[in-house]
Design a protein around this ligand. Structure first.
Ligand code: HEC
Length: 128
């Protein structure tokens, strides 16, 4: 009887852990999709020289990566925090740049953070 209840506790503990991880992942994906969507829209806006869309998507991407930075800070992953903050700052720099060369340079920095963080931390649509 005792063994059964121990087994049950272990099971309940693992299930609670899985649910917490799934909620975490779902929230994370909301930010990641917002950041990735804004990144794509920002590239198109720069190509189209659409100043209003550049401002809007620069702010959206920066906001998403700021949330992502806080997420990783809570997990004590300093390198992931750095990638997220670099992404946030690069997204802001696209909006602040005064010419296309500046915008392209900042877009390049932003793109570099994607792979930098995905290699150690992303496994498809999941965390590594
Ligand atoms: C600080 C780390 C980090 C940075 C920076 C980062 N990503 Fe991610 N990304 C992840 C992780 C971890 C996942 C896996 C979890 C997930 O699927 O959301 C992911 C998943 C994704 C997904 C799949 C989302 C889904 O529906 O599951 C896309 C698309 C994506 N990233 C695009 C980007 C783009 C584009 C950039 C750069 C502009 C970027 N990411 C920058 C960590 C990062």
């Amino acid at each position: 009887m005792r063994r059964v209840s121990i087994l049950f506790s272990v099971f309940a503990f693992c299930a609670a852990g899985l649910i917490a991880q799934n909620a975490d992942l779902a929230q994370y994906q909301t930010w990641m999709k917002a950041g990735a969507g804004a990144n794509g829209a920002l590239r198109s806006a720069v190509t189209a020289k659409d100043a209003a869309a550049i401002k809007e998507n620069s702010a959206k991407a920066a906001e998403a990566f700021d949330s992502i930075a806080k997420y990783w800070a809570g997990k004590d992953k300093a390198d992931a925090v750095k990638f997220s903050e670099d992404a946030r700052d690069a997204a802001k720099a696209v909006g602040a740049a005064t010419d296309e060369a500046g915008q392209q340079a900042a877009l390049g920095k932003l793109a570099g953070t994607c792979r930098g963080c995905h290699t150690p931390y992303r496994n498809g649509s999941d965390f590594k």
